[in-house]
Design a binder for this molecule. Structure first.
Ligand SMILES: NC(=O)c1ccc[n+]([C@@H]2O[C@H](COP(=O)([O-])OP(=O)(O)OC[C@H]3O[C@@H](n4cnc5c(N)ncnc54)[C@H](OP(=O)(O)O)[C@@H]3O)[C@@H](O)[C@H]2O)c1
Length: 245
């Protein structure tokens, strides 16, 4: 059990391209970081090694976010190692295209269960711990500007991300004033050539600031939320103006 008095962050999906940058920066802010991974064991192990250089009491656990039993087990493992929870970041996310007429039930479940159901039950587990603590704690959920766009090839994904925006508001109102709950909606920061339908050039054409985002810009938004005690229930868009189009 870690009782060093350091702040503690539980983060899902830290093995991701953007998620790993976020996890490292949170460690750099003085938090011990306990994170989940799903299929990328080598990436997760490499990340943990880096995080432990900054924050030695950090740890990780495998967790399938679509399975509530695995979320409960991940929190049980967390509780064996840590006696406090200052920050939850929900970043785990499944993403692939699903042209609208042909969406299957399995695709819908894979996207919506991982992204939305998983976020809900992760938040629920976190607030069980946070509610009992005599200090303010925080939840930051990663959503996506696509929740505000109409993408016919990504309906289950965008619906799951829109749901996260709404969960943010419900949890913020329900658990104020002890828990501050906010979300971040990035535009395109990293490109996944296997899964994105547009090329980088096509994406940049649609962005008024004429470039993709930098992970550092998302990290700075997280640090801003960590330093602010009077924002809750908000989704902060970091998209270079993409939603203006
Ligand atoms: N990167 C961007 O440009 C961008 C833009 C808009 C929004 N966002 C949002 O920002 C967050 C971080 O993005 P990212 O770039 O780090 O995403 P990413 O590279 O696609 O990584 C996804 C993460 O989610 C985990 N994951 C996927 N399916 C899972 C499942 N069934 N159970 C548990 N974990 C699962 C992955 O774990 P494993 O690899 O271990 O399987 C990985 O850690 C996401 O919520 C994303 O939607 C990102």
């Amino acid at each position: 059990m870690a009782t060093s008095g350091r702040k503690v962050c539980f983060m899902t999906g830290a093995s991701g391209r953007l998620g790993s940058e976020i996890a490292l920066s949170v460690a750099g802010q003085g938090y011990s970081v306990f994170f989940t991974w799903h299929s990328s064991e080598a990436a997760a192990a490499g990340l943990l090694e880096k995080i432990r250089w900054i924050s030695p009491e950090s740890g990780m656990v495998q967790c399938h976010m679509a399975k509530t039993g695995e979320i409960t087990s991940a929190f049980a493992t967390f509780r064996e190692q840590f006696d406090r929870l200052d920050l939850l970041i929900t970043s785990a996310s499944n993403f692939f295209s699903t042209p609208l007429p042909d969406v299957t039930e399995a695709e819908w479940d894979s996207l919506v269960d991982t992204n939305l159901k998983g976020t809900f039950f992760t938040m629920q587990e976190a607030v069980k711990i946070m509610q009992k603590q005599p200090f303010v704690s925080r939840i930051i959920a990663m959503t996506d500007i696509s929740a505000e766009l109409v993408w016919k090839n990504f309906a289950p994904y965008t619906v799951s991300k829109a749901g996260i925006r709404h969960l943010t508001r419900i949890f913020a109102k329900t658990f104020a004033p002890g828990i501050l709950v906010n979300a971040i909606a990035p535009g395109t920061v990293t490109i996944n050539p296997d899964r994105d339908m547009d090329t980088a050039e096509e994406m940049i054409r649609k962005i008024p600031l004429k470039r993709l985002g930098d992970p550092l810009e998302i990290v700075r938004t997280i640090i801003f939320l960590l330093e602010n005690d009077y924002i809750t229930g908000q989704t902060i868009t970091v998209d270079g103006g993409r939603l203006l189009q």
